[in-house]
Design a protein around this ligand. Structure first.
Ligand code: MN
Length: 275
């Protein structure tokens, strides 16, 4: 399905750009509307293809065991009964195949996608899929504090400027940009911070209980505490009230370990050759 595409040219002229907007919270989600409005303030050629139902923590999963249905909700607005990855695939390889988008925006997710969240996130996965298909992509999430509601106005206020800055600056092929808005009010935002992925201690909190039929259940719950020792991360940036900009590489191979394992393997090969 993957097609070879032209290279992205930076800066991206947003006024002439075709923009695809998607998310993992579903076609009805308030955050999708926030990102769609931001995109429409930048370009007149905006398309929305989003999941029918919430797909949070769907990761980069793809629907292969059943067909997918594309429902036109309104002009240039579609819902797919699948995952965020399905949405991006259908949009780029089918719906917009004559003129693929110049930019894919995913979100704004209800809740931060920080640290290891990136590997579970459907919001980030949509941007991964676009990147694999050769379209520059940005995922957006709005962090909020436990017990509070997300301050959508913070994302509303800062989304367009963040997109403008990214489109002016650009980033390499095979890389996506993960953006997290901090939990505070719009006026309290202290600007952008380029940050790496942080870490939250592993060990998920499990809620155990018994269902009405007497079967024991376990419910994955609770946020893991942040590793406070780390600085320069997405987690520390949003905690300081900044908009975290984290470039994520699709090639997950770890170069230093490749070199180390390669060196470990080399003497064995030598030995075998000598025998
Ligand atoms: Mn979500």
């Amino acid at each position: 399905m993957t097609q070879v595409r032209r290279r992205a040219r930076w800066p991206l002229d947003l006024g002439r750009a075709r923009i695809l907007v998607t998310n993992d919270d579903g076609i009805q989600a308030p955050g999708l509307k926030v990102l769609e409005d931001a995109a429409r303030s930048l370009s007149s050629d905006v398309w929305v293809v989003a999941p029918e139902t919430e797909q949070s923590a769907a990761g980069h999963s793809l629907t292969l065991q059943r067909p997918l249905f594309l429902r036109e909700v309104s002009d240039q607005r579609y819902a797919v009964d699948g995952t965020p990855t399905d949405c991006v695939m259908l949009a780029i390889n089918h719906l917009l195949r004559e003129q693929p988008p110049d930019l894919v925006l995913s979100g704004v997710n209800r809740g931060g996608n920080l640290g290891e969240d990136v590997s579970y996130s459907g919001t980030v996965a949509a941007a991964m899929e676009a990147t694999l298909l050769g379209v520059p992509a940005v995922s957006f999430s709005l962090d909020f504090r436990p017990g509070e509601h997300p301050h959508w106005s913070t994302a509303e206020h800062h989304a367009a400027d963040t997109i403008r800055w990214l489109a002016r600056t650009g980033w390499p092929e095979g890389v996506l940009i993960n953006v997290n808005f901090p939990p505070g009010l719009a006026n309290d935002v202290k600007g952008l911070a380029v940050a790496r992925q942080g870490r939250r201690k592993t060990g998920n909190h499990l809620l155990a209980g018994t269902d009405p039929r007497g079967r024991p259940y376990y419910w994955i719950a609770g946020l893991r505490p942040e590793d406070a020792a780390l600085t320069g991360t997405d987690l520390s940036a949003v905690n300081q009230g900044r908009i975290a900009i984290t470039p994520i590489r699709m090639d997950m191979s770890h170069r230093p370990t490749i070199a180390a394992l390669g060196r470990a393997l080399a003497p064995q090969k030598e030995k075998r050759r000598r025998r």
